[in-house]
Design a protein around this ligand. Structure first.
Ligand code: PHE
Length: 339
């Protein structure tokens, strides 16, 4: 038995086969186990001579199996190490790293510039109710901005009616309702209008600015916009022109134009040879301040809203808005910013 078990152990060339040998010898029904059981029925004399022999056999086979097992495990490890050998001299084929989308890049830049001016970032929902998007902003029921062709209404019956926000101005309302003045926030985010051509997409990005404090004037508005745009376009010669305009939620309202100079037949920002319309702004309408539960005799402020995509186009010289949202990897690689 001893020799046969040793031979079986040596022949076992896998861990499974070796385990079968072990069970066959030392398991519950194993041959050595069976021998051990016979000790119980022996006379003391027999047991004295047979006991050491059987125990010796068990130890010898146990040791042989343990040794064989270590050998097989080592062989398996060696085989794995050999097959998984890495060639560290091979050139590495890394997946192309992503880039930061120009819109995200510009939003980050805006947040940084305005943080330096003491503005916090505020947010609001993109699915907005009619009150925050329109009514609280003094946009009457009959205003054309509410017409079906501009505004995406949510299907189904909603009370109040729900829309995809058409501008970031409802964040003005949410901020004034949630915070006590003085308030200085910008609110960057997505907005939606049903429009589609080279410079209009149904989803685009705006950043809203809102300041509510005591004794705020148009002068503060102009200084803030000038400081922001000079920092954003990295030009000290940026000139702004405030043109009287109309928004229901500001009074007075001003359309802000930025001056440009012609160079080699191209418009370059800076100077005042010509003017380009850039953003809408004004002094927050007393009715809006009132709608948010504040006393317009105590608190005044200014607000502005500007297209983030438009800012990106101007800064990085793009002439079509649509590729911003087409996810063409070639465009993203060309205009994206390395992370
Ligand atoms: N909400 C306006 C728009 O989308 C822009 C604006 C914001 C105008 C704040 C004045 C004040 O056109």
């Amino acid at each position: 038995l001893h020799d046969r078990l040793l031979a079986d152990t040596a022949d076992a060339d896998t861990l499974d086969k070796l385990e079968a040998v072990r069970v066959g010898a030392l398991g519950k029904q194993g041959s050595i186990t069976a021998l051990l059981k016979t000790l119980g029925g022996m006379t003391p004399e027999q047991r004295q001579s047979e006991g050491p022999r059987i125990h010796g056999l068990r130890e010898a086979i146990t040791a042989a199996i343990t040794g064989r097992k270590a050998r097989l495990e080592q062989d398996a490890l060696d085989a794995r190490l050999a097959s998984e050998k890495l060639d560290l001299t091979l050139p590495v084929d890394l997946p192309a790293p992503g880039t930061v989308h120009p819109v995200s890049q510009v939003m980050d830049e805006l947040a940084e510039i305005f943080a330096d001016l003491g503005f916090a970032v505020a947010t609001g929902p993109e699915i907005e109710d009619d009150w925050h998007n329109f009514s609280a902003l003094n946009i009457p029921d009959t205003h054309p901005a509410r017409a079906m062709q501009d505004t995406f209404y949510l299907a189904g019956e909603h009370e109040p009616p729900m829309v995809l926000r058409t501008h970031t101005s409802p964040v003005q309302i949410r901020t004034m309702l949630a915070q006590k003045p003085p308030i200085r926030v910008i609110a960057p985010g997505r907005v939606y209008r049903s429009d589609w051509d080279a410079t209009h997409t149904p989803m685009f990005h705006q950043v809203e600015g809102l300041v509510i404090d005591k004794g705020i004037t148009l002068g503060h508005l102009k200084w803030t916009l000038e400081t922001f745009l000079r920092a954003f376009f990295e030009r000290d010669d940026i000139v702004l022109r405030l043109r009287p305009s109309y928004f229901p939620f500001t009074e007075p309202s001003a359309e802000v134009d930025v001056g440009y100079t012609m160079r080699n037949g191209r418009r370059v920002l800076g100077g005042s040879e010509g003017w380009m319309e850039l953003l809408g702004s004004g002094m927050v309408h007393p009715r809006v301040i009132e709608a948010c539960g504040l006393d317009p005799n105590e608190w005044q402020g200014f607000a502005f809203g500007v297209g983030v995509d438009r800012l990106a186009m101007l800064k990085y010289g793009m002439d079509d808005l649509r590729p911003f949202f087409e996810s063409d990897v070639r465009w993203l690689k060309h205009y994206g910013f390395s992370a």
